[in-house]
Design a protein around this ligand. Sequence first.
Ligand SMILES: Nc1ncnc2c1ncn2[C@@H]1O[C@H](COP(=O)(O)OP(=O)(O)O)[C@@H](O)[C@H]1O
Ligand SMILES: [Mg+2]
Length: 1041
Amino acid sequence: MASMDSVKVAVRVRPFNQQEKNSGSRCVISMQSGTTTAIQDPKNPEHIKMFTFDLAYWSHSGFQRDNDGVLISTGSNSKFAGQKDVFRGLGQGVLDSAWQGYNATLLAYGQTGSGKSYSMIGYRADKGIIPNVCEELFKAIENKEKNQQYQVTFSMLEIYNEQVRDLLSKTKKPGGLKVREDQHQGFYVDDLTSVPCDSYAQIERLMEQGIKARTTAATSMNATSSRSHMVITIQFKQVFLDGDLTKQSIINLVDLAGSERQKSSASEGDRLREGSRVNLSLTTLGNVISALADVTMGKRVLHIPYRDSVLTRLLQSALGGNSKTIMIATISPADICYEETLSTLRYAERAKKIKNKAVINTSPTEKLIKELKAENNRLLSRLAGLGNSGRRVADKTSRYYQVKPQVSTIQITWEHQLQEARKEWEERYTAIMQERQMTKAFPYLFNVNEDPQLTGVLKHFIQAGSSDVGQAASNKIILQGLGISDKHATLTNMDGEVTVRPQNKCRVVVNGVPTVTKTKLQHLDRVILGSNSAYLYIGFPSERSSDDLARFDYDFFQSELAAAEGVSVDKLSAINNKDGKVDPSVLAVFQDYIKLIPLVAEANQMSEELMKGLKLELKVKNLASSDSKGYDLQKEVIVKVTNRETQEVWIWDKAKFINRKYLMEEIYQHFLDGEDFHVAQEDDPFWDPLEAIHLGSAHVWLQSLAYSMKLEEQAELLNSEGLEEAVVLINIIPCSRTGEAYGEDDVVIDPLELLGKRIDFQIQIIQCLGVKWLKEDARRGIQIGYKVYDLPITLYTKPVWKNVNAKIGETVHFVTLNASHDFLNYLQKNALIVDLWGLQEGCTELNCTQKDLITWEGNILVDNMKTLTPQEANQATSNQMAELYLKLLKLEQETELLRNINRALREENVLLKDSLKGCGPGQDHKLSSASRITAQAASQKDTPQMYTPRISNDADFAKALKVFYRSMNIVRGQFLKLRHNRPPEDNQMLRPFTLRQSHLLKDIGELLEASLWKLKNDVALIVKKKRESLAHTKYRGSSFP
Ligand SMILES: Nc1ncnc2c1ncn2[C@@H]1O[C@H](COP(=O)(O)OP(=O)(O)O)[C@@H](O)[C@H]1O
Ligand SMILES: [Mg+2]
């Protein structure tokens, strides 16, 4: 009776969501037939990967809503697959298996928001597979003959952070339910509520109840539903009363946690990366699936890690065991989800290989009776323990069982159980009907959750008079949730008006703005209580119309909060959206921002309650920073963490913060459960070793150097928001090889004159003035870092501690032996980025030894990369590469120097010989100048200007240019500041104006650069021509005196 089957796998692609539509996403999925799925790499469009599964459901386009609100196909041209199609393809198979007595499992796998819950449970009229399976099951039962009995029980659980929560139980067990193992049954959940059902309506209510429990947990326990797995189990027994045979099937319907991997690269850098168990079940599921796929491929597999997680224990028989198993892999169509989608498809491909061996579960009815009797005896003894009345019932019942024949025993017991369940169900039904009545009479708040499945599940009615709101049981409206106080606020419904008033200093936010006084609520106002409990206010029935409530989703709430903090897509992209199109990277940053707002609020609240004393702030990194060419830097979201007491500061990137947040939740959960929540410092997600913090950067334009002009700058070090952190006094000085500064007369008019020559220059970092970092806390220190052209590493100055006006006084001598085009270009177009780093007591200082780079001459060689371009050098990230590269560089430097010395010596040798030949007194001067010839100059003797005295007009001209270029540098700096200058408040009226202004500014900037460039070229050309004609007349003059 065993049947060997592969896991059946289906893929389903959903429509674009609002965010994808807004950002102009492209669809990268296509399905040519009912079984193939093709995915196109958005970065490499020719790159298309094909997958073949048992079924491919196209739910992306070609649909409309019918009168009942159900999504249906637009006609015969459309290949749209609606909920009914998916039920027919997958759910019907589950049902058939159940009727035959096989165990069946249906798993939904995919990233958060890809449509797992939509497919499994559904939304409103679009019922998913589970309701359809249940409805069809009862329909079929009704039509069956009556000499059989059908027993259906229903249970619903959630696995979060390796704990099992019974979603149908009224009481919460601390630590969750236990998973136990039984020789016959395999793994099962001990004490799980399993409700006998005899109608679909009953199951509908139970599901509603389960989702409500999930929502309450998500809001009060601060659990993110996307991280939890939901398992619905239907036990279906068919008792053949005349054949003394029982067939039974266990149907597991599993809505798995979101499959998205934490963008691992960054969280890998977190020392606490392995700490959280939140992902354990999903990771283990992946390992089990891989191992089973290997088994099918004939590989030797020693161990299948079922036991490693709660989920895989419960699914053991579904995977590689006694079950007919189906997986639906749900995917997003959008290009931005490419990586995740590809990973989902690969996962599904592996699952497809698993082979199961399902058997029909039959047993003689006698066995069932035995089991029932045992169960009854247990119940009876419990009844007997309930005092007189219980004992009476027990006596009666036990006598009853003794006289009745066996088959009826089954019927009676089952009927009895059903009745009990029905009683409870009726109570619940009344409550639900009451709630429905109240929605028609009163204004109310309804919850808005990050997971749309859990939105609108909780309703809080605002009855006439005033109602206190808070966690305490004495409140009229009891609200659980992070940061909600015992008495949090008061809602008043009076004279046809509803107002909200926060209790002393409790956080109440209405439409994105925190309120402290009594505030009137209007229909569809957004209310946030505590850290993050979001509610939509539904006004009096008379105020309501056929509103689209779905518009006010979780993201809407967070966008409103972000706008109040001055962060919006418009603001983030004020410079970029010239053609009205928003840069996708800006949209991505904004999405990150609004995703993190609630998480940061929660982390702050947890920190407060656990007395960790941290303040977390969400920031956009590089909001106003630009690279060495003045282009905007890629923006990203970061979290600044400050210890309120010690003023220590950390900067966490997004991945690290999210990782930490889940670890914090674990500790917080122990705290809530009254358990010991203390952890050692090295395991504490609220703690990290101290690091140097990047405070700000200054741009020091290098153009002067290209003209061999000295630059003395007082550069503003601006933080990522464009605000001044400090001022750095920095000089960039062209000099001789021994470090003597060049004077006015050494100014070069055309940078090309320097091509192929040796350039010596010094960077002097003198002082840092008015360092805010030190004003905040005088115990701190600073270091300054900068990277010159193609140097593989950043150079840091020595740390200076406890000084607001830190004297740095560092001079570094750089040299380029053979100035390349690229280097001269760099000097003319780039700025030296000078970074200010903040040190704090006990933190590791930045490595400031440069000895590996310093040549025997005591300088640092730049523009010496023969094989590596600066980009390639940047990419050579590993230390080993850098080390090797440094060695190579040194070797190269040394050979180059040796070669030059050799050349110079040879030339000097020739000169000496010449001078010896004509040994006259007039030659002395020539000799001394010859010995001064540097290695470089010797190789450049064909460049005449080094020897020709410059005409005095030329020097004036050069000086004038120098002044001009210097003022241009200032203009450039100010221009950059102006570009990042925005109005302090998001003013709707001003917005079109500022937008236009920033476009104009950008145009001006481009024009300015272009004219400057042209001017320089023209000047250079004129000078060149002039020199040529000069050389010409000279030559003629000398030939024909
Ligand atoms: N096939 C589909 N057709 C229409 N809407 C869908 C479909 N799949 C998902 N959605 C919508 O996308 C959103 C996210 O889907 P959901 O099932 O909650 O994702 P998940 O459970 O995978 O996190 C919901 O608003 C849902 O209505
Ligand atoms: Mg879901």
